[in-house]
Design a protein around this ligand. Structure first.
Ligand SMILES: Cc1c2[nH]c(c1CCC(=O)O)Cc1[nH]c(c(CCC(=O)O)c1C)Cc1[nH]c(c(CCC(=O)O)c1C)Cc1[nH]c(c(C)c1CCC(=O)O)C2
Length: 357
């Protein structure tokens, strides 16, 4: 049965997202798979990042590595936000230490018109990995989380051509040519929805939409240029689970304290909060309803056991206040991804602290 562990209990992460009482407080970490783990570095030593993302056995193994090591309640599918763009035919690579690099940045109407739809078969390797992962994870308490980049964050990589500090080209198109901007965003919604539907049909049990860089926008700009598109992503996933079941939708961005209200409104069941806003304050801004995910500062993991324990306890206390103020539940996480130099034993200790709190 979906979402049910060996002991017959609902998986803690799915219970928390649905407003039910989890057997233990669920915890997972953004970027839990990856360079913090020696077993990941060994596997990836002679394989490119994108090559690994299209190899179902590699995806399965890398996804499971942090679950085995840390006993996390979430297994985040090993992939990348640019995987569906690559599969839709966009020439790009993921460069170690840099991130996604786009061969021909998208700047003109012709560039936008050339962005094709994603054929579900082009991400068949991802679907195959999801099936393999469900077989491994079903007897455990761990839920499988799929993900995609949100249209704004994907657009920012496509337009800038790579990582950016100021997003000047992105904003220039958004402000200067809104019609072209909305055309591009509409195409990215279609790609994102296809990618997430493939994952859901193959068996992911929750999805996270990463709008990592949305925090660069004012609330007014977010509502005008981004919210309608992210709303469509979430709306098109309504009842997309097996037999029309609802799949919990997590919405996350960095530096989004000013955007928590519109980011919740686009249709999130769980709102991811970075470390800047205490969780009870986040729910105060959003209003009662969604569950919250977060929000330990990833750099705290370098500060030593005593400091870490105090910060973990504070996040849990904040979360309990948030629940008293109307949050449906809490999923413990960092406020952003695990930094590559993090000692993996520290992460295991945080999981133990959260589970025993
Ligand atoms: C913005 C973004 C990207 N990718 C992603 C986001 C949104 C999350 C966020 O805000 O951090 C999402 C992502 N990327 C990766 C995952 C896998 C699952 C996990 O979280 O464990 C997830 C969820 C693997 C990855 N994606 C990447 C790596 C490192 C590549 C490597 O190991 O060589 C991994 C494990 C590459 C990548 N891809 C991207 C960046 C910024 C980088 C890092 C560049 C670097 O520091 O090398 C784009």
């Amino acid at each position: 049965m979906v979402g049910v562990s060996e002991m017959g209990a609902v998986k803690p992460l799915l219970a928390a997202a649905a407003g039910r009482r989890p057997e233990r407080r669920p915890v997972w970490f953004m970027r839990q798979a990856g360079r913090s783990l020696p077993e990941y570095r060994a596997l990836r030593a002679d394989r490119g990042m994108l090559e690994a993302c299209f190899d179902p056995a590699m995806v399965t193994e890398i996804t499971l590595q942090p679950v085995r090591r840390h006993d996390t309640d979430g297994a985040i599918l090993f992939s990348d936000i640019v995987v569906p763009l690559k599969a839709a035919g966009i020439d790009l690579d993921i460069v170690a230490g840099t991130g996604p690099v786009i061969a021909h940045p998208v700047r003109t109407a012709a560039d936008v018109a050339a962005i094709a739809r994603l054929e579900p078969d082009a991400v068949g390797a991802v679907a195959a990995a999801v099936s393999m992962l469900r077989a491994e994870l079903d007897p455990t308490p761990t839920a499988l989380i799929g993900f995609a980049g949100a249209p704004f964050t994907l657009a920012s990589y496509l337009i800038e051509g790579g990582p950016s500090r100021h997003y000047a080209h992105t904003k220039a198109m958004m402000y200067g040519n809104p019609e072209l901007w909305h055309d591009l965003m509409g195409r990215l919604v279609d790609i994102t929805v296809t990618f997430l539907r493939v994952q859901i049909q193959a068996g992911v049990q929750a999805v996270q939409l990463f709008d990592s860089w949305a925090g660069m926008l004012s609330r007014r700009d977010y509502e005008q240029y981004v919210a309608p598109h992210s709303t469509r992503v979430f709306a098109e996933l309504d009842g997309a689970g097996a037999g029309g079941a609802a799949i919990p939708r997590i919405h996350f961005g960095v530096g989004t304290g000013e955007l928590l209200v519109p980011m919740a409104r686009v249709g999130a069941d769980v709102v991811g909060v970075d470390w800047r806003v205490p969780l009870q304050e986040a729910i105060g801004r959003i209003g009662p309803g969604p569950a919250l995910q977060g929000n330990l500062d990833p750099t705290v993991l370098f500060a030593g056991d005593e400091v870490i324990a105090a910060h973990v306890a504070r996040v849990i206390d904040d979360a309990d206040h948030a629940i008293a103020a109307g949050a449906r539940g809490h999923i413990f996480n960092l406020g952003h991804g695990v930094l590559p130099d993090t000692d993996p034993d520290t992460i295991t200790r945080v999981v133990d602290l959260v589970h025993s709190a």
